[in-house]
Ligand binder design. Structure first.
Ligand code: AMP
Ligand code: GLY
Length: 421
C-alpha cells in the first residue's frame, strides 16, 4: 500500500513513524512533510492547505489511503475533494468537521443529542454579551466560534476579565471573523482528559485516554499553547469512566452526526473535564491531537493501517485496540518566548545522544535541516517521547533524553505528567 499523510508537524511525524512500520505499507508520502519526516518517508513540497495540489499528488501517486493531520485542510474540505476524486480518505468531511470548525455548532449539536457540556449562551453583539457577563457576575469562559489556533478560549476569573475578553473578540476583533460570534459558558472545575476515537461514520473505536498540558509554564500557569506535553494512559479515566465517556459522548456523537446527515469518519477528539466523576465536553476536535498523538502512537501495539483503512471504508469490526503495557510520555521542547514571539534558526545539539535509548523517539515539530545539523523553525520544536513500563519511568526517560538536547533558548515544562507520576 501507498499512504499519503498531509501535514508537517510533530503529530504527522508520529503518524508517519507508526504507518511506516506497517508490513502492509510499501511507501509513505508526506506532503509537505519536513526534513525530519524525510528520513522515514518521501516528502512532496505541497502545502497542507493547497487542496488542488494535494488532490493532484494523491492521484498521480495513486495512493491507497490519505490521512490528513491538521484541522485547517479538514475544515476547508480537503477530505471531500479527495473523496470526489475517488481516493480512500481517513478524515472527516467539511460538514462533519464543523464539530471543530464552529464551537457554536458543536454546543448546539451536544444540546440536541443530550451530550454533557457546560451551560452556555451565544452572542454576536457586545451589548448582549456584556449583559450576560453582568448577569453572571462571576467566573466564566469566553470562546470565539471559529478556528483560532488554540487561542480563542479565554478562561475568566471574574466579570472584569470576561468584559475584557468580550471586548477583544467582538470589539477589537482579535480573532477576525472567527470571533464574529462568541460563546459565554460556565467555568467547570475538575480534571481534564483527552479521549480520541477512530470513527467510521457509524461506530467509534476509542483510544486510551491521554492528558495534554496546554499552559506554557509549570504548575499550569501562563498562557495557553498548542500543548507542552502529553501522556497516556491518563489514570483519571479508569475503565468505568472510559465506558461512560464512550456511551455518553463518543457513541452519541457518531450516531447523532449520522442522523443529521453528516456521518463522522476520522478521529473524533473529545476534550473533557471530569467534574465529580461526570464527564463534560469542553471541545471537539476532528483530528489527532498534537502532542497527544505522539505518546498514543508510541503506545499503540497493533498495526494502525488496517484500522484506518477499515474506518475510511466505514467497516470497523473490532471493539478495542491493542496497546503495549505501561505508559508513554511526550515532553515538548519549545523556543523561548512561545506562544508569543520567539527567534528561529538556532542549531540543535544532542539529537543523536537523545535517541540512544531505544525507548525514546524524538518527533520533530518545528525544525529544518541546515547542512549537517537541524535548526529551529517554530515555537514547538521537538516532542521527546518515551515508552516504559510505567508513567514514572516514561517521564524519567523522556526528561533524560530531553536534557541531552539543547539550542539557544530551548525551554520545556518540567512537570509533564505530574498528576499521574
Ligand atoms: P478548548 O480549546 O475549548 O479545549 O479550551 C482550551 C482550554 O480552556 C481547555 O483545555 C480548558 O483548560 C479550558 N476550558 C475550556 N472550556 C472550559 C470550561 N467551560 N471550564 C473550564 N475550563 C475550560
Ligand atoms: N493538544 C491539543 C490539540 O491538539 O488541540
Amino acid at each position: 500500500m501507498k499512504v499519503l499523510v498531509v501535514g508537517s508537524g510533530g503529530r504527522e511525524h508520529a503518524l508517519v513513524w507508526k504507518i511506516a512500520k506497517s508490513p502492509l505499507v510499501s511507501q509513505v508520502i508526506a506532503a509537505p512533510g519536513s526534513d525530519a519526516i524525510g528520513h522515514i518517508a518521501q516528502c512532496a513540497p505541497i502545502a497542507s492547505d493547497d487542496s488542488d495540489g494535494q488532490v493532484a499528488l494523491a492521484k498521480k501517486e495513486a495512493v491507497d489511503l490519505v490521512v490528513i493531520g491538521p484541522e485547517m485542510p479538514i475544515t476547508a474540505g480537503l477530505a471531500d475533494r479527495l473523496t470526489e476524486a475517488g481516493l480512500l480518505v481517513f478524515s472527516p468531511s467539511a460538514k462533519a468537521a464543523q464539530l471543530e470548525g464552529s464551537k457554536i455548532f458543536a454546543k448546539e449539536f451536544m444540546v440536541r443529542h443530550g451530550i454533557p457540556t457546560a451551560g452556555f449562551s451565544v452572542h454576536d453583539t457586545i451589548e448582549t454579551a456584556l449583559e450576560e457577563v453582568d448577569r453572571r457576575s462571576g467566573p466564566c469562559v469566553v470562546k470565539a466560534d471559529g478556528l483560532a489556533a488554540g487561542k480563542g478560549v479565554i478562561v475568566c476569573r471574574d466579570a472584569g476579565e470576561a468584559r475584557q475578553a468580550v471586548r477583544e473578540m467582538l470589539g477589537e476583533r482579535r480573532f477576525g471573523s472567527a470571533g464574529d460570534r462568541i460563546i459565554i459558558e460556565d467555568l467547570l472545575q475538575g480534571e481534564e482528559a483527552s479521549v480520541l476515537a477512530i470513527c467510521d461514520g457509524k461506530q467509534a473505536l476509542p483510544l486510551i485516554a491521554a492528558q495534554d498540558h496546554k499552559a506554557a509554564y509549570d504548575g499550569d500557569t501562563g498562557p495557553n499553547t498548542g500543548g507542552m506535553g502529553a501522556y497516556a494512559p491518563a489514570p483519571l479515566v479508569d475503565s468505568a469512566m472510559a465506558q461512560r465517556i464512550a456511551d455518553q459522548v463518543l457513541i452519541k456523537t457518531v450516531t447523532g452526526m449520522a442522523a443529521e446527515g453528516s456521518p463522522f469518519k476520522g478521529v473524533l477528539y473529545a476534550g473533557l473535564m471530569i467534574v465529580n466523576g461526570e464527564p463534560s465536553v469542553l471541545e471537539f476536535n476532528v483530528r489527532f491531537g498534537d502532542p497527544e498523538c505522539q505518546p498514543l502512537m508510541a503506545l499503540l501495539e497493533e498495526d494502525l493501517v488496517p484500522v484506518l483503512v477499515a474506518a475510511a471504508k466505514g467497516e470497523i469490526t473490532q471493539d478495542r485496540l491493542q496497546w503495549h503495557d505501561g505508559a508513554a510520555m511526550c515532553v515538548v521542547m519549545a523556543s523561548d518566548g512561545y506562544p508569543g514571539a520567539y527567534s528561529k534558526g538556532h542549531a540543535i545539539s544532542g539529537l543523536d545522544r537523545a535517541a540512544e535509548d531505544p525507548d525514546v523517539t524524538v518527533f520533530h515539530a518545528g525544525t529544518a535541516r541546515a547542512g549537517d545539523q537541524f535548526v529551529t523553525t517554530g515555537g514547538r520544536v521537538l516532542g521527546v517521547t518515551a515508552r516504559a513500563s510505567d508513567i514514572g519511568t516514561a517521564a524519567q526517560k523522556a526528561y533524560s533524553a530531553a536534557d541531552r538536547i539543547n539550542w539557544k533558548g530551548a525551554r520545556m515544562r518540567r512537570d509533564i505528567g505530574h498528576r499521574a507520576v
